[in-house]
Each structure stands twice: as C-alpha cells, then as structure tokens.
Design a protein around this ligand. Structure first.
Ligand code: ZZB
Length: 260
C-alpha cells in the first residue's frame, strides 16, 4: 500500500502537550503531524486532523530540525524507508497519547482553511494502520463526515471547542451519482447516525472511493475541471515537490485489507 504522508506543521500546542514536551524539543524546531492518505487530491478540503484519543504515539526526530508525530510502528517503518536521517534509527523524544494533543493547531497543506486546523479525537482510528494519524476530509470521506457531525453534536463530551469541528465543508469533487459532497450524500442515504456504524460506513467508503476515482471531476484548485484520475498524481507530485509530503509504504502483512 503506497500512501502519501502529509506534513502538517504544528502552529500552536495546547498546555498539556507543552508540559509533556518540556525542553525535549528545541524551540525553533519544526514538528509535524503526519497522516497517511490515499487521496491527496482531496487535501483542499481538510477541516481537521484526527488521532485516536487512547492510542500511544511518539514524537520522533526525523532530521536536523524536524520531528514527526506518528505511531511507533509507523516510525519504525519510516526508519527503513530513508525517511529519517539514519537508516533503521527512529529516536523517540516524547511519548504521548492522542488525548494529550487534542486542540493542537496545525497547518493543513492546500486546505482552503489557511489559519490551520485542529487535532481532534476519532475513536475509530486504527492504531496499526498507516501512521495512526488521519487527516479529515468530510466532503469525501464518510468516516470523517460522520465523526465530524458527532464531534459537533457532543463537543462537551469530547472535551473540544465546538468551533474546532465546525470549519466549512467545501466541495472538492463532483460525481454524477452523489453530487459535490459525496460523503454527506452517502452518510444520509445509508442513514448512518454514528461514527460507530461500522458496516454501513465501510460500504459508504467503498462507494465513495469508486465513484470519486472513476467518475469524479475536480471542482477546486488548479486542477478544477480535470478528472480525479488525472488530478490525483499531479496533486501528489506537487505536494512532494514542495516538501509538504513524501511517499510512505506499508510493508506487506501489516495492512488491513480495504474491504475487510
Ligand atoms: C484523507 C481521505 C480523504 C481519505 C477521502 C479517504 C477519503 P483504506 O482505504 O482503508 O486503506 N486512514 C488512514 N489511516 C487510518 C487509520 N489508522 N485509522 C483509520 N483510518 C485511517 O484507508 C485509507 C484511508 O483511511 C486514508 O485516506 C485515511 O483517510 C484513512 F476523501 O485520507 B484518507 C472514501 C474515502 N475517502
């Protein structure tokens, strides 16, 4: 599985994270949350970034002045893909769990939300997949749409500010069957009420992937008007060339298959 790993630079830490980090990271260093995505063409629509609140993560030293927030497993894999400074070495400088970093404001490359987006909790994040960090595109990912609606509804329960989850959901891709907000259309059509409706959400995801890839047309950004199949590798390359992303491969035997 070849992912695009996106570099979401930390703009502002919450108090809890500041305390845990202390002086373990130089003040002038860049720290990035690094979600793994299969849909780089949707990055214009990022509204937040998810971590599993109970999942264990680390901040790892990736290069001279660069640190990555990912799962231990992802850090190990990255160390054997020439992503870190030294082959096979992935120095963990801070250990934290997802709940410690909720509220962090990060840059979301290409997103229409230029002031950055927040790190928010998603209970269905799989700790063993990708990097354990998931960027949120509620226009095109049914899981992200369902989680966003739940976070807005129960902001207090989740310990977040409601407005962190309320960033505008803008159309990124239009398809003949589901219009220009595929995820919203599918969540409503399949009567999905909760991010825990695993079965219909898996179905919605499959439908959204297929329709978006084979029938989708970009409606935003410099590739507006192009088919998704054409725009996808162009956006990916653009992000990589700008130093805002890098390829990340999930070794065989670690991936959970897409349709389960
Ligand atoms: C942005 C995005 C936009 C995504 C979209 C999907 C969609 P798959 O298909 O099962 O291999 N993801 C990545 N890591 C995790 C994780 N640890 N736990 C839960 N979800 C994760 O999964 C790849 C996609 O699942 C990734 O691509 C990521 O969300 C999420 F419009 O990134 B995606 C129809 C899907 N649309």
């Amino acid at each position: 599985q070849e992912y695009t790993a996106l570099k979401m630079k930390v703009l502002e830490w919450p108090e809890k994270a500041k305390e845990l980090i202390g002086d373990k990271i130089p003040a002038d260093a860049n720290v990035y949350f690094v979600p793994a995505t299969l849909r780089p063409e949707t990055m214009y629509g990022q509204t937040c970034c998810f971590v599993g609140p109970k999942v264990q993560y680390g901040i790892f030293k990736a290069g001279e002045n660069e640190y990555f927030f990912v799962s231990d497993r992802a850090a190990r894999n990255m160390a054997f893909q020439n992503i870190f400074a030294a082959w096979g070495v992935f120095p963990k400088v801070v250990e934290l769990q997802g709940s410690d970093v909720v509220g962090t404001r990060v840059d979301a490359p290409l997103s229409v939300h230029k002031d950055g987006v927040r790190i928010l909790p998603m209970e269905t994040v799989k700790p063993t997949k990708g990097t354990g960090v998931v960027t949120c595109v509620p226009s095109d990912s049914p899981d992200d749409y369902a989680t966003t609606m739940d976070l807005i509804k129960k902001a207090e329960y989740y310990g977040i500010k409601k407005e962190w989850a309320e960033l505008e959901i803008v159309p990124i891709i239009k398809t003949p069957t589901y219009g220009d907000l595929t995820a919203k259309t599918l969540v409503e059509k399949l009567k999905i009420n909760s991010p825990k409706d695993a079965k219909p959400l898996a179905e919605a995801k499959e439908l959204a992937y297929k329709e978006g890839f084979y029938q989708g047309t970009m409606v935003i950004g410099e590739h507006a008007g192009k088919p998704v199949q054409e725009a996808k590798p162009l956006v990916r390359k653009q992000l990589i060339d700008a130093g805002l992303a890098f390829p990340y491969g999930e070794p065989d035997g670690q991936v959970m298959s897409r349709s389960g």
